[in-house]
Design a protein around this ligand. Structure first.
Ligand SMILES: [Zn+2]
Length: 282
C-alpha cells in the first residue's frame, strides 16, 4: 500500500513539474520569443512601376496567430486588387534595408510577434519611417514581445499588459472617434459589434490620435495570470482599439483587433484595415 502511495505521489509530482515547466516555457515564448537567426539576405523583387508597393511582414518568434495571418493574405490581396497596390508578403527580415524599404509606401506588421529583426534592420525600419514611410501594425504587433523601445513608442504608444481570457473572445461595440481622420473612418458606421481578443495596456496610448474605441467597462478584461482577475489598469472606460500618429515625416497606424481569422471576413474590420493602408499611402 505504502509503495502505491509513493508511486502515485511521484506521478503527481512529475505532472506538477512538467506542467510548471511547460507553462514557464510558454510564458517565456510569448513574452520574449525564442531566439532565432535573423535573415540578412536581400530578396530580389521586381517592383512594378507606378503602383504603390506594400510590404506585408508576418514573421513571428513569440505567439503565432496562424489562422489570422493565413486569413489576412487573401483579404489583403483582394484589397490590393481593388486599389491597384503591389503586395510583397514575406516572413524573412532581409528586406529590412534602407535601399529596398525605400520602394515601399507602407510596411505592415501583420500579427508580428517577438524579436524578429536585428539591430541594423531595426535602424533601417525606424529611419524609413522617420524619412516619410508608414508602418501599420495589426493586433499581435502591439503585444509586449517586441522589446524595441522605438517601436513601442511610435507604433504602440502604450505598454501591453494582457488580453481577455475568460471568455477569450468577447463581443464589444466599436465606436468611431469623432474628429478622427476621415480617410480612416471612410465606409464605416459610427458604431458596430465586433468580437475579438481584447488587448489591455497599462496606459492609454500616448501622443496618438484615436480612430476607434470601445467601452472598457463592457468587457471582462481578465488577464493571462489566473490570480490576477478583472484588471483594466489605466485604460478605463475609454478604451482605444485603433490609433494613428505622425512620426517625423512618416506615420504609423495600429489596431489591437485582428486575433482571429473571422475578423478578416468582417467587412467593417476589412474597411478599417483598407482605410489604414490608404491613409498610410497618401
Ligand atoms: Zn491574439
Amino acid at each position: 500500500m505504502k509503495k502505491i502511495i509513493t508511486i502515485v505521489f511521484r506521478c503527481l509530482l512529475g505532472l506538477v513539474v512538467l506542467t510548471s515547466v511547460g507553462t514557464a516555457i510558454f510564458i517565456y515564448k510569448i513574452t520574449y520569443g525564442f531566439p532565432v537567426s535573423y535573415e540578412t539576405e536581400k530578396p530580389v523583387i521586381n517592383f512594378p512601376q507606378r503602383q504603390p508597393a506594400i510590404l506585408v511582414f508576418s514573421k513571428t518568434t513569440a505567439f503565432r496567430h496562424s489562422e489570422s495571418i493565413e486569413a489576412s493574405k487573401s483579404a489583403i490581396s483582394e484589397m490590393a486588387r481593388r486599389n491597384k497596390w503591389f503586395i510583397y508578403e514575406t516572413e524573412a527580415g532581409g528586406i529590412f534595408n534602407l535601399q529596398q524599404l525605400a520602394h515601399f509606401k507602407v510596411v505592415v506588421f501583420n500579427n508580428v510577434t517577438g524579436r524578429v529583426l536585428n539591430e541594423q534592420q531595426h535602424q533601417a525600419l525606424s529611419k524609413y519611417i522617420e524619412n516619410g514611410g508608414s508602418l501599420v501594425g495589426i493586433h499581435g504587433a502591439g503585444d509586449n514581445s517586441h522589446h524595441w523601445p522605438w517601436y513601442e513608442k511610435y507604433l504602440i504608444g502604450a505598454r501591453f499588459s494582457h488580453h481577455s481570457l475568460s471568455p477569450h473572445l468577447q463581443k464589444a461595440v466599436i465606436h468611431l472617434q469623432t474628429g478622427a481622420d476621415t480617410l480612416l473612418t471612410n465606409n464605416l458606421p459610427h458604431s458596430w459589434n465586433h468580437t475579438d481578443e481584447w488587448y489591455v495596456f497599462f496606459n492609454k496610448p500616448k501622443e496618438v490620435h484615436v480612430a476607434a474605441y470601445i467601452n472598457g467597462n463592457s468587457i471582462k478584461p481578465s488577464g493571462n495570470l489566473l490570480w490576477i482577475r478583472d484588471k483594466n489598469f489605466g485604460m478605463g472606460s475609454y478604451h482605444p482599439v485603433a490609433w494613428y500618429r505622425r512620426v517625423h515625416k512618416g506615420k504609423t497606424f495600429y489596431t489591437s483587433m485582428g486575433h482571429s481569422a473571422e475578423a478578416w471576413k468582417d467587412t467593417r474590420f476589412l474597411h478599417l484595415i483598407e482605410n489604414g493602408l490608404r491613409w498610410s499611402i497618401q
